[in-house]
Write a protein that binds this ligand. Structure first.
Ligand code: NAI
Length: 355
């Protein structure tokens, strides 16, 4: 396994390999970039097939967090942690506290939070060993589950893109295909249903799909069939890398926008979607709502301020869509350009201070 020459290394500032045998912990913490501030990113627990798969995931995810913070105007850097293990039977209080100690050793350069395979309640345990945690339960002074706010940001983003593309004043009457009915997907379905959109949904967990039929009058399709649903919008809210050559060729929607991280299997797929006339809403911009909410814990949570920040996702997306159109480039490339410009400005400022 290589690290520095790994194809996803992308100039990470620091990669930490954590081992605590007594607690059964094997984890990786990646700090991609702290030009804008301390690196914030969730801690995922997943039964990775091997260490290489865990490394690849943490490197890709932490880089994404850098761009997410930069594009959202937050003074934070990008980082991520992954615990190698099955959250269903290997997650123990001792393991969570050991993870907390590893985070504490980084002295604030990395701030952790919940992610796939970990819960807000788990972080009450992590918190016993480190102060550098956000997304804590409300009773511990945190803002609780960030998923509803992530869903709200996706909703604002879809509304802005719909206005941009079709001049539609609302999402009422539109048909949206939602992949994944977990924490974010479910809240998004609720918002879309309340706004008058019709829904087709899929989840590998059939009971969730059945519940969506009953709650939102949704239609349901098998997981593989969701890509080819004839709908205005496709909203991926499950796993990453779902947009590849095969799935992109089956899409029949006009807009792709959802919560999942790293939706494009490779950056080239931004161009694949553009050439098919599909408006792709860059994931790290549209799914930043949760990050905006948990980041607010550091300065004292103010719901109005957070709501204004989350509404800003729609405005940022519009600026990105317009600049991509003006320059004839994929929306993903335009979003990266915006984030990189902010990072370059921060680095320039830092270099000037050091001089
Ligand atoms: P979750 O784990 O609660 O939900 C994911 C859902 O997708 C589950 O119900 C699962 O059964 C389903 N699923 C898995 N594979 C599937 C497939 N092939 N087809 C259909 N359904 C499938 O996760 P959560 O929190 O809702 O997050 C969803 C995505 O959004 C993840 O990629 C996550 O990284 C990303 N995200 C989440 C944020 C949050 O605030 N929770 C913030 C930013 C990004």
């Amino acid at each position: 396994m290589t690290v520095f020459s790994h194809e996803a290394f992308a100039d990470h500032e620091q990669v930490v390999f954590v081992s605590d045998e007594a607690a059964g912990l094997k984890a990786l913490i990646a700090i991609h970039d702290t030009a804008l501030g301390p690196a914030l990113g969730g801690c995922r627990m997943y039964p990775y097939a091997d260490e290489e798969a865990a490394l690849r995931d943490v490197l890709r995810l932490s880089r994404g967090m850098t761009y997410k913070a930069a594009a959202s105007g937050l003074d934070l850097g990008g980082g991520k942690a992954v615990i190698i293990g099955d959250p269903r039977n290997q997650k123990t209080p001792a393991l969570l506290r050991a993870m907390g100690r590893a985070v504490e050793r980084l002295a604030g350069r990395y701030i952790t939070a919940e992610d796939v395979g970990t819960t807000v309640a788990d972080f009450a345990e992590v918190r016993k060993a480190t102060r550098h945690v956000v997304g804590l339960p409300v009773e511990l002074g945190g803002t609780g589950d960030p998923s509803p706010t992530t869903a709200l940001g996706v909703f604002y983003g879809l509304a802005a893109a719909t206005r941009h593309r079709w001049g539609a004043e609302s999402l009422s009457g539109l048909h949206v295909a939602v992949q994944g009915l977990g924490n974010v997907g479910w809240h998004l379905c609720r918002l879309l249903h309340e706004a008058g959109a019709s829904l087709t949904v899929s989840d590998v967990d059939g009971s969730l799909a059945a519940k969506a039929v009953a709650t939102f009058a949704a239609r349901t399709v098998a997981p593989e069939a969701i890509y080819a649903v004839d709908a205005e919008i496709f909203a991926p809210c499950a796993m990453g890398a779902v947009l590849d050559d095969e799935t992109a060729s089956r899409l029949r929607c006009g807009i792709v926008g959802g919560a999942a991280n790293n939706q494009l299997a490779s950056e080239d797929h931004g161009e694949v979607l553009r050439s098919r006339g599909i408006l792709y809403l860059p994931d790290f911009v549209i799914n930043a709502g949760g990050m905006i909410r948990v980041a607010s814990e550091r300065d004292g949570y103010d719901p109005d301020l957070v709501d204004r920040g989350v509404q800003g996702i729609g405005r940022t997306l519009l600026a990105i869509l317009r600049s991509a159109e003006a320059d004839g480039i994929p929306t993903q490339a335009a979003a990266l350009r915006l984030a990189q410009a902010r990072l370059a400005q921060a680095r320039g400022g830092r270099a000037a201070l050091a001089a």
